[in-house]
Design a protein around this ligand. Sequence first.
Ligand code: IPM
Ligand code: MG
Length: 358
Amino acid sequence: MNKYTIAVLPGDGIGPEIVGEAVKVLMAVGKKHKICFETKEALVGGASIDKYGIPLTEETLKLANSSDAVLLGAVGGPKWEGLDYSIRPERALLALRKELGLFANLRPAKIYPVLADASTLKKEIIEGVDIMVIRELTGGLYFGTPKGVEKLPDGTERGVNTMIYTTPEIERIAKVAFDVARKRRKKVTSVDKANVLETTELWRRVVTKVHKDYQDVELNHMYVDNCAMQLVRNPKQFDIIVTENTFGDILSDEAAMLTGSIGMLPSASLGGKVGMYEPIHGSAPDIAGQGKANPIATVLSVAMMLRFSFNLTKEADDIEMAVEGVLNKGYRTADIHQPGKKLTGCKEMGEVVVNELG
Ligand code: IPM
Ligand code: MG
C-alpha cells in the first residue's frame, strides 16, 4: 500500500477549523482508494509564537522538509500585529517558501457554474472563467535587500524594500508557466510594469527569450495596472497569468474574487523537493472559532497536493467532483450563501464532502 507523510500546519484564526475538515477529506479519499496518508501536525505562525516565541521553529521546518508534502491553513491575526517584523506570523510562511525552495505558486481561479450568481460581477462576464495565476514566490519585492525602516538624523524615517530578479529566477518561473500552459489552453500573459520598473523590463525580456522554446504557446505581455483592470473587464481573455511575487499576491486575490468568494481558492507552491498546499485566503480572525469558515479552498488544496506531489490524478479528480457535487446540492457556507440554499457550517461542509466521496 502506498504511504505518504504529510506535515499539517493549521496555523491561526480559522486555520485549525478548515485544515481539520480538509484532513477528514484526505483520510476519506485514502480509505476509498486504499492509500495510507499519515499526518504529523505542528504549530506555525501566531500559534507557534505563543508557545515558543518564534513563528517557525527548527523542528517544524525539519518536519516540513522531511515530509512528502505540507498542508498549511493560514497564519496571522490582530494579536500579533504589534510584533517586530522579524517574528511576525507571516514570516513563518515566507521562511517555509524560501527554505523549501517553492518559487512557483499556482493559484487557479475557476468559476463553478452553480456559483456564477455569487460573484459580484455580472454572470455573463464571469461564466466560463478559468484562470491560473502563476506567482513567483521566493523573489521580488518580498525578499529583496536592502529592506527595513531606519531613523534619519532629522528625526524622520526612511522605509526601503527592493524588487530584485535575476535571469535564472525569471527563466525558471517562465518555464513553469509555459509547461503548465501546454496542459491548458496554451496562452500565457506575462504581467509586469516594464514601462516604469527596470527589474520588470528584464522580466519581460527573459520571458520573451524563454518563449522561443515554446512556440506552440501564445505569449502576450501586459502591464500590471492594465491586468488589474482587464481581470474585471473581460476575465475570459486569460488562461495563465505569470507574474512577480507582489503583483501575483494582489492579482490572485482579485482573480479569486471573480469566483464569488476567496474562500474557494486553493494553491500549490512548487519548485522544491516538498510541495506546500494552502488556501489563498488568510486567517479571517473575525470569524475564527465560530464554525462558519469555508473549508473548500483547503479541501481543494488537498486535491492539488494529490495531483502535483503524489500524481494521484483520479483521487484528486474525486475530491474536486465531490466539492462540485455538494455545491450542486445547494450546500453553501456563509461567504457564498444565497437565498434558497442550505446554510452550512465548516464542519458540516467537511462532512457532506466526505459523504459525497462515497
Ligand atoms: C498570500 C498571503 C501571504 C502573502 C501573507 C500572509 C504573507 O497574502 O499567500 O497571498 O503575502 O504571500
Ligand atoms: Mg495574498
